[in-house]
Ligand binder design. Sequence first.
Ligand SMILES: *Cc1c(COP(=O)(O)O)cnc(C)c1O
Length: 360
Amino acid sequence: MREILLNPGPVSLSDKVRKAATAKDLCHREPEYFQLQDRIREQLLAVYDLSPEDWSAVLLGGSGTAAMEAMVATLVPRDGRLLVLENGVYGERLSKIAAVHGIEYQALNWGWDEPVDSAAVDRALAAGQFSHLAMVHHETTTGRLNDIQEIIELCSKHKVQFLLDGVSSFGAEHIDFNHKHVSAVAATANKCLHGIPGLCFVLCRHSALHEAAVPARTLYLDLARWNDAQQRQGTPFTPATNSALALAQALEELHRQGGWEVRRSIYRQRQQRVREKLAELGVEPLLPPAESSAVLRSYYLPTGMDYDGLHDRMKLHGFVIYAGQGGLAQKMFRISTMGEISDYDMRRLDGALEAAIGGH
Ligand SMILES: *Cc1c(COP(=O)(O)O)cnc(C)c1O
């Protein structure tokens, strides 16, 4: 029995992606690697049909947090001022990144179960002389899909550059790259793209890279450094070569499947199925479906059951679920439906939920 990961990345892989990762040994200073790197960078732009005239896909080593940190530390210039929107762990992480790098910033904070209040953002942008705004698209803390479109419009109104943590939405949700105030989106290989951990990336407008902080605030996470090398078929440091082999295969599979919109509809069908089964078992979602991503949903723990109990029963049936973070750990759990999951696995999941919760 194959164990299925329902945590928000790393995900259950397709057999071909897993095999691709160990298919060969690559030296990262040989043409074979640079061809692979070029191909991945093109494939990443192709996910949202972006032109290399305007955009660059900058690959770097690390998890999604490295991409977030590289984006903020590189793209907010030395005289820039950042507004951060927080309604979960990852929004709060954007502020921590700004603080660590000594970037002048202000944060607007909402509760973890609350939406972003765009009127408050409008007022802050009007008052604050900001150069950049950073926020999370899919706040994985709760599964909320933040309404980025209205915030992008506000950035346009106030002439502020928009930086997005798209780590758990890139490849499965709509992102309006065409808006010229959208400067960069940070993401990773091992969430909606179904690759293995080790590589992350930031899609950047060339114009944003030209305005990058000088002198750089960071050596390893300096996107300008990675980009300059990659534009000339180079790499500044040793990249995660095996993760790159897997990512190229995973991107090929996304393309063949029909792209991000098809992936979103598959995730939505899976989420709906889980929600209906849990509703039968008396388990309620934290957020209404209209406010939730296709990727992950949060549910209240069944009455009389703690997270560990539920987790262990589900694991016995071959499914790894995920805990709530911080104060939410005592009252909720999360189910992500990214990754290679078959219809057979989804039917098994119904049975596992029934056995774990219904039989309790
Ligand atoms: C997973 C995730 C990250 C990155 O977390 P890592 O532990 O560094 O992989 C960042 N932002 C969001 C919204 C995420 O879901």
